[in-house]
Design a protein around this ligand. Structure first.
Ligand code: PLP
Length: 397
């Protein structure tokens, strides 16, 4: 039977019924090791008891009130995020793209409030991905996402990543902000060197620009720090986060300094669902775990273990795995075979991985993975790589 769903996804012919930790169970009862975590979303794995308890307890009390009233759980989550980061204020949304929309609007409004409404342009970087709304596809700058959807939203200029000459040239009297992912996720797990982030910060300070960090994929512990930019020692003015922050419940947030948010007064921005009591209860429960002593150390340690094992995998299959990229539990394999075919081969070994740009597959396991899960994943990758070797030989013949 044909599907009633809009065919915008190339879905694998596989459906899951339940999950536990880093494992998913298919409708047929087969177990899969989930090293995609819903594209870096299930930060605490599946059916984490603390999240299940928080969600079900809140579900029995109150789901939604609108933002016309105070939402104490949201006040609490906002305060905890502010206390744990560079930020002074938080705006809750439902997705990464919405968090980025808030970030972009805030940067524009900052300059408007300062008497410079002509400063509305945002410089972004090649390989970026910021979402699928009209503004965020323009920000991401990828033609394949822009084509056919009418005129590209004005106000975004893109430069090659790491090209500071091009960046300087792109900054003009209308520029409001720079926007960057500290590690490009969809672009192929491309790590922006810490030194580059520091130069971007200095450039923003020099030119009176705001620095927007898109931590939708890198945030909430994924790299072994609460947010990835912390590794570089600098702080943004505005930051978006989503994905892991709700552990699977739709939740996004735009965090900012009070100065950057100076234009966002009552009535300037809003959302029906953002920050509702259900999302806030789950967000607080995620933070309970991620901020607990030792949790981020676990991510850093197990991430290093995975990276070491992947390096050995590359040595065993140099034609299939060419390069290991990334930090913490956001790792990528740059492949010598087609990434979608490799992901299918891994699925054949009951391991889920996620294709990305630049012919990379991403490993984005739940942050609670154990050493045993890591060993099992690498065994399965090894088997998938072995499956792909004959294909390579076939292509060479
Ligand atoms: N920004 C980054 C860095 C992302 O990786 C994504 C999603 O993959 C987004 C923004 C968009 O998030 P969402 O799909 O929740 O709108």
């Amino acid at each position: 039977m044909t599907s009633a769903l809009l065919p915008t996804y190339a879905r694998a012919p596989l459906a899951f019924e339940r999950g536990e930790g880093a494992w998913l169970v298919s409708r047929e009862g087969e177990r899969y090791l989930d090293f995609g975590a819903g594209i870096a979303v299930n930060a605490l794995g599946h059916a984490h008891p603390h999240l299940v308890a928080a969600l079900t307890e809140q579900a029995g009390k109150l789901w939604h009130t609108s933002n016309l009233f105070e939402i104490p759980e949201g006040e609490r989550l906002g305060r905890r995020l502010v206390d744990a980061t560079f930020a002074d204020v938080a705006f809750f949304a439902n997705s990464g793209a919405e968090a980025n929309e808030a970030a972009i609007k805030m940067a524009r409004k900052y300059h408007a409030a300062g008497g410079n409404p002509e400063r509305f342009r945002v410089v972004t970087f090649e390989g970026a991905f910021h979402g699928r709304t009209l503004a965020t596809i323009a920000a991401g700058g990828q033609q394949k996402y822009i084509d056919g959807f009418g005129p590209k939203v004005d106000g975004f200029d893109q430069v090659p990543t790491g090209d500071f000459e091009a960046l300087e040239a792109a900054i003009g009297p209308e520029t409001a902000a720079l926007m960057i992912e500290p590690i490009q996720g969809e672009g192929g797990v491309r790590v922006i060197p810490h030194e580059h982030l520091r130069r971007l910060r200095a450039l923003c300070d020099e030119r009176g620009l705001l620095l927007i960090m898109d931590e939708v994929q890198t945030g909430v512990g994924r790299t072994g720090k609460l947010f990835a930019h912390e590794w570089s020692g600098i702080a943004p003015d505005i930051m978006s986060a989503a994905k892991g922050i709700g552990g699977g419940f739709p939740l996004g947030v735009c965090l900012a300094t009070a100065e950057a948010a100076r234009g966002m007064t009552a009535g300037t921005h809003g959302t029906t669902f953002g920050g509702n009591p259900l999302a806030m209860a789950v967000g607080n429960a995620v933070l309970d775990v991620v901020l607990a002593p030792g949790f981020l150390d676990h991510v850093a340690r197990v991430g290093l273990l995975l990276k070491q094992k992947l390096a050995a995998l590359r040595d065993r299959h140099p034609n299939v795995v060419q390069e290991i990229r990334g930090e913490g539990l956001m790792l990528g394999l740059k492949l010598g075979v087609t990434n979608t075919e490799f992901a299918a081969a891994a699925r054949g070994e009951h391991l889920l991985v996620i294709p990305a740009g630049d012919n990379v597959v991403r490993l984005l396991p739940p942050l609670i993975v154990t050493d045993g899960d890591v060993a099992a994943a690498v065994e399965r990758l090894d088997a998938a790589a072995s499956r792909m070797e004959p294909a390579l030989r076939g292509a060479a013949e």
